[in-house]
Ligand binder design. Sequence first.
Ligand code: NDP
Length: 246
Amino acid sequence: MLKGKVALVTGGSRGIGAAIALRLAKAGADVAILYAGNSQAAQATCADIEAQGVRALAVQCDVKDFEAVKAAVDQVVVRFGGVDILVNNAGITRDKLSMRMSEEEFDQVIATNLKGAFNTIRHVSPLMMKKRFGRIINISSVSGLMGNPGQANYAAAKAGMIGLTKTIAKELAGRNVTCNAIAPGFIKTDMTGAMNEKVLEEAVKQIPMKRMGEPEEIAGLCAFLCSDEAGYITGSVIQVDGGLYM
Ligand code: NDP
């Protein structure tokens, strides 16, 4: 389905990003991942990707850093010859009620989760426009749709990603480049693993499906949005949240 395509997945070392990287590899794409610092996890993901019979590349790169992202994209292009699929998945949380949140906690989350997505799009979209093909998928969150106490920084970044998605979709549609957002609910990863168990238990009670999601349940939709069959879907925000927000 994605044979001959090159995918770049940010935050591909762990969690949802690793599941997406593997799913795209299973569909036949060569996959490059960007990660912050966990080299061991990044190498493990690369081994899983290569086990699918495709090429893998891991680049340590802080998505907050505009020039570092440019250098990383250049590296991917040198190795694989281009980028057809971009998945903006790298993200962090710094949860705290807004009256206690520091300026740094706010800035770090916006810079990673929102500006990070702009940085990659800025450097990858010219390649896609030239090729008259591209798929951009931004991993937002239901927090960006419904708000969430303790996540003023995160919800603002994730809502910002939705505005970014729709704007990029409009700007690039004429060049056959689609841009969509996925808004996951609670998914089993290190990010939610770090949450207070009681808080998580209460959150699960609010989910109509009465369970958390698996990273693979995000990856499946992501792979579909990358496929030729999804060529007429752009500017959409698709929830994968067990019915949490409706
Ligand atoms: P994890 O904490 O499990 O993984 C985060 C990933 O992002 C890691 O690969 C990490 O790299 C990378 N990363 C973090 N900061 C940077 C940075 N500055 N530059 C490059 N890479 C970075 O997160 P999840 O898998 O849970 O989340 C993935 C995405 O999905 C995030 O955007 C998150 O907001 C979103 N999401 C998650 C939900 C959930 O319930 N888990 C729900 C809704 C949305 P390294 O391994 O090197 O640290």
